[in-house]
Design a binder for this molecule. Sequence first.
Ligand code: PLP
Length: 389
Amino acid sequence: MERIYLDNSASTPTAKEVLRKMMPYFSEKYGNASSLHFFGQEAQSAIDEARTKASKFLSCNQEEVFFTGSATEANNLAIVGVMRKIRKQNKNAIPHIITSSIEHESILEPIKYYTKMGYITSDFIPVSKEGFVLLEELKNLLKEETALVSVMYANNEIGTIQNIKEISLLIRKFNKENNKEILFHTDAAQSANFLNCDTKELGVDMLTISGHKVYGPKGVGILFVKKGAEIEPLILGSKQEAGVRSGTENIPAIVGVGAALEIIEKERKNIEKISFLRDKLAEEILKSIENSKINGSMKKRIHHNLNVSFLGVDREDLVVALDILGIAVSAGAACYSKALKTSHVLSALGLPEEEKKSSIRITLGRSTTEDDIKKTVDILKKTVENLRR
Ligand code: PLP
């Protein structure tokens, strides 16, 4: 059976070109980058090259790029790194961290955990019905103890794009007026494929990228940390990555994410094709399947994302039925699909239970075709009708 993959927010296939560049670093160029000999230096130059590529992508200095084991680790590093920095300066300090109510678990969970432990206090900014962070609420939450604000660039479930520049300006203004140094982090794991990640233009102090969401390999992430915004490490050891992330570097994966960022930058011109197909899919679904409803905003939405509720249909049943017919979509974020949890993102939008329970996420990729969309609409229509019956 020919299968159609429409779950690119969960993971993207490693591009063949990327894989080709990674391959020699498994068994031909296998040195440890910390070694002084030829093999070590060969590994070190591969890391240097990848760091240069990442720094070009992020418009930053190479010393501001830190490779991690995933975007989850990069997000944890941003939070814990700031918390530890403040507590190192004053062991009685309890820093305040603000985030949005629709962040990925890798932001929400560490914040909730350290809040429960009493190491930090935290606040969660509510969002509008379409999933936009309410800036007035953010303004009211900023206070003397605030050390970090983290707001994702684009949401992984509903694709809503936040106005990162505006949030940055708001925080800078507060910093200036109150002589503060609140840092601003954004999780760009879902955005790097489509949105400008020029860290200077965005005005962020930290930014997260995930290797496997950008046609690179799994098990690698990047945290950009602006010079001057030094953070304490999460993982301690032999002080690789300038002491911010110890552990022997995963050279093939680092080479892979560097190569992947270069490719997606080159392919920027093709992203309109993806949003064209996504819009077509949305239009066809709304036209041909009654009681279907798009969640989130259609205006400021990441190019490949669609989140739709099919009233009266259970989302897990729909995902399984579609899979049997060769269409891979998701019941919300990848993490819920197995845990069968209700989506905190859809809850934050204030959606009624029935709409939340019947929503699926469809995310297109660089190889999605018009034919894929046609087949998906046909199969979706029949499957929804069958399940409703
Ligand atoms: N942040 C967002 C917005 C995501 O969507 C994901 C993955 O789904 C992550 C972080 C975690 O990425 P990784 O799988 O590299 O840990």
